[in-house]
Design a protein around this ligand. Structure first.
Ligand SMILES: NC(=O)c1ccc[n+]([C@@H]2O[C@H](COP(=O)([O-])OP(=O)(O)OC[C@H]3O[C@@H](n4cnc5c(N)ncnc54)[C@H](O)[C@@H]3O)[C@@H](O)[C@H]2O)c1
Length: 398
């Protein structure tokens, strides 16, 4: 297949580019380097240095592997970019990761919220129009998030809900109540894409992805020139990464609020499997297909306890500490989300066990000297934006 990966310099984009190239597909990776400037703006860097997209693609090619073509460009700010790519490359599939992906970043201030929604919604619209005009039969695989749904008091279905109202039935997009302006940008994307399927007959798979962990994929094979980013900070880091880093530097694991917030998680290897399964089994023309892309669900407290136990195997005695929750979210809630579609397509999950956690801890131990204190405590409050002072700790738990 001819595959275009938008956001190819990102945490997921680069491993995806290698994954498809290694399987014999023609890959174009598009990125404008925005993530690197966002990192600078909030004073964070990934734990290990990440070579540029061009350097990684060049290193990949030098190993006699199928080349990954790199296009530097802004899919949101340059409305012509995707037209050129769709007209000239004629992709069979477009995997769209190229969005501002951080909830705290979108909640820092008015400017960051506007930027997030413009970048994400506009970029997605540009992709839709370019597909309509140049490759209407291509399949768009769009990354959404499980956070779009929020924490409803009913089961979360895969994108659609069968509804009975006043004796009549209909199938409607699942009502979404997300917890941040970033997640809302994804909801807007989903609505725009459903429209594009219904009105222009495009084919789209919207992957509502859980929180991804892990940085190892078979194509990287331990080569630092092919690595992807590991963020542990308050803006771009995920909770599991932060706990792993806190454990190896001897800091208590900081649990936001009571820690009973529950979400879906998956290994980066399963992200790659899922996008490949979606690409090999495209949706039909006019079909807006939605999958919930995660393999397990955990509460924050469960994750903290697991990291605590795995760290003990490596000789780190770790404590937990509750901090005031900077987010406006329910802490005690019902959470049951269907995630059957990708399993039916053949997904074989890699689950979060002690071996995976010990591997992550060992990687973090090797880089412990580079850990920055910036962002180990939250700086962004959902109600008040970016704060000068990090949130204070509230209570210790052993
Ligand atoms: N990582 C996760 O845990 C996770 C979970 C759920 C959903 N997602 C979604 O998956 C996608 C990829 O996530 P990630 O963690 O790899 O994020 P990332 O920030 O590492 O990668 C996104 C890439 O897109 C690029 N980009 C952003 N806007 C662009 C634009 N206008 N033009 C060109 N390039 C642009 C960035 O420079 C970056 O390299 C995002 O859409 C994110 O919302 C990620």
């Amino acid at each position: 297949m001819r595959i275009c990966i938008l956001g190819g310099d990102g945490y997921l984009g680069w491993p995806t580019a290698m994954h498809f190239a290694a399987r014999g597909h023609d890959v174009v990776a598009v990125d404008n380097g925005a993530k690197r400037s966002w990192e600078e703006s909030v004073d964070v860097v990934p734990l290990d240095p990440v070579p540029t997209l061009e350097e990684r693609a060049e290193h990949w090619r030098r190993g006699w592997r199928r080349p990954i073509e790199v296009v530097h460009g802004d899919i949101a700010g340059d409305p012509g970019l995707m037209h050129g790519i769709c007209r000239d490359f004629k992709p069979d599939a477009i995997i769209h990761y190229a969005e501002q992906p951080s909830a705290p970043f979108s909640m820092m201030n008015q400017e960051s919220a506007l930027y997030t929604q413009h970048n994400n919604v506009q970029g997605n619209l540009n992709v839709m129009f370019a597909m309509r005009d140049h490759c209407p039969d291509a399949h768009l695989i769009k990354l959404g998030t499980m956070g779009e749904y929020g924490t409803p008091n009913i089961d979360i279905e895969e994108g659609w809900l069968e509804l009975e109202h006043k004796g009549r039935r209909d199938r409607v997009l699942y009502p979404k109540k997300p917890h941040s302006l970033y997640h809302l940008s994804k909801v807007h994307d989903s609505h725009n894409l459903e429209f594009a399927c219904r009105v222009w007959n495009l084919r789209v798979t919207d992957l509502n992805q859980g929180v991804v962990y892990g940085i190892e994929t078979p194509e990287m094979d331990g080569d630092p020139m092919l690595c992807t980013s590991f963020h542990y900070d308050d803006i771009f880091g995920t909770v599991l990464n932060r706990f792993v880093v806190q454990a190896v530097i001897g800091m208590p694991l900081t649990v936001y609020g009571n820690g009973r917030q529950t979400r879906g998680y998956l290994n980066i290897r399963d992200t790659l499997q899922c996008v490949e399964l979606a690409a090999l089994n495209p949706s039909q023309p006019g079909e807006f297909r939605v999958y919930n892309q995660f393999t397990e669900q955990f509460s924050i407290m469960e994750l903290a306890r697991r990291v605590q136990k795995a760290a003990l195997n490596l000789g780190h005695v770790v404590t937990l500490q509750h901090v005031a929750n900077p987010r406006a979210e329910q802490e005690d809630h019902y959470y049951k989300a269907v995630h059957a579609g990708l399993l039916e397509l053949g997904l074989k999950p890699h689950l979060l066990d002690d071996e995976v956690l010990v591997g992550m801890l060992e990687r973090a131990e090797a880089a412990a000297g580079r850990v920055s204190e910036v962002g180990l405590l939250p700086r962004v409050s959902w109600r008040h934006g970016l704060q000068e002072e990090s949130a204070p700790c509230t209570a210790a738990v052993s």
